[in-house]
Design a protein around this ligand. Structure first.
Ligand code: NAP
Length: 278
């Protein structure tokens, strides 16, 4: 079994981006909107700002109070859509319950939508005409590539069908000619379906969900889950100790998919600048 080092792969991606920005003397700005006091969101936003620093991208934070109205948020997005110094806009999710996430996502200009959540960009991913990469699934693909595994013709099983992870994950695997099965809470005989997988990607959000009996010998296992265990420690979906010995490659949590998501966000921000300069 070999561990896939997400931190190392992500550092290499960020270094490539930093070098390109420096070489071409690009002035790039990412606006990061955070509403309310969600602690996990604060950690993610801080990590994204740190990655911007590493890459030489300016980050502009808009920390709005919990009671921000939909109108105020939409007005800010409108201003940022028009701002020349802002190439990418991300609004950290989840938003407080009184705000309409879908409307907020659709308000971000597709040319600045570096999370690739806007329907225009989701549609482009579907037809394989990428403006922006879906960050987490694209990070997973980089990790799979880092193992030297050829996805073409492989049986791939994705557990989870969310719009931000499961569905775009399936699309990226399909674009590389995998045979893809997407599982969800209504899937029958989940363990049996998962045992078919040469590459198993879990994006469920439950600790200890993927157990050894669900994994084929020699599989590549990618754990997207970010959960807290009983002791409050960050953990993935995979019961690591019993699954790892069966795998050819496996990602740890932390230090697997998480850092890659942020690296892909940086890549999208650079792409946004290039698209806007065209
Ligand atoms: P989500 O929207 O809650 O989706 C979870 C998916 O898991 C759903 O499709 C759900 O099926 C499925 N599921 C739930 N219980 C199941 C069961 N018993 N059997 C089979 N499938 C089941 O979550 P998400 O936003 O995709 O995120 C998933 C996990 O990834 C979370 O832990 C999240 O924190 C993490 N995440 C990590 C990163 C990163 O950068 N590392 C980025 C994004 C998300 P139904 O559709 O049938 O309900």
């Amino acid at each position: 079994m070999q561990l896939i080092d997400g931190k190392a792969v992500s550092a290499a991606v960020k270094e490539r981006i930093r070098a390109e920005i420096e070489r071409d003397k690009l002035d790039i700005g990412l606006a990061v909107i955070i509403v309310g006091n969600n602690q996990a969101s604060r950690v993610y936003v801080n990590n994204k700002k740190k990655a911007c620093e590493v890459c030489g991208i300016k980050s502009y934070e808009y920390a709005l109070p919990e009671e921000t109205t939909q109108q105020e948020l939409l007005e800010l997005i409108d201003t940022l859509n028009k701002a020349d110094n802002v190439n990418g806009i991300l609004c950290q999710l989840p938003l407080p319950a009184h705000l309409d996430e879908k409307q907020v996502i659709e308000a971000i200009s597709p040319l600045k939508d570096v999370d690739a959540f806007n329907a225009v960009n989701v549609g482009k991913i579907m037809i394989g005409d990428y403006a922006f990469l879906p960050c987490t699934p694209a990070g997973v693909m980089e990790l799979i590539h880092s193992t030297g595994t050829d996805v073409c013709g492989k049986e791939c099983v994705v557990i989870g069908r969310s719009n931000i992870v499961g569905k775009p994950m399936a699309m990226l695997l399909l674009h590389e000619n995998a045979t893809v099965t997407v599982c969800h809470s209504r899937t029958k005989d989940l363990a049996e379906v998962c045992r078919r997988a040469d590459i198993l990607v879990s994006a469920v959000g439950r600790a200890d969900f993927v157990t050894a009996d669900m994994v084929k010998d020699g599989a590549v296992v990618i754990d997207v889950g970010m959960n807290r265990n009983a002791e409050g420690k960050l953990c993935g979906d995979v019961k690591f100790d019993e699954v790892a010995p069966k795998c050819s490659y496996i990602t740890p949590v932390p230090g697997g998919v998480g850092p890659m998501t942020i690296a892909m966000l940086m890549q999208n921000t650079l792409k946004a600048k290039r698209l806007q300069d065209e």
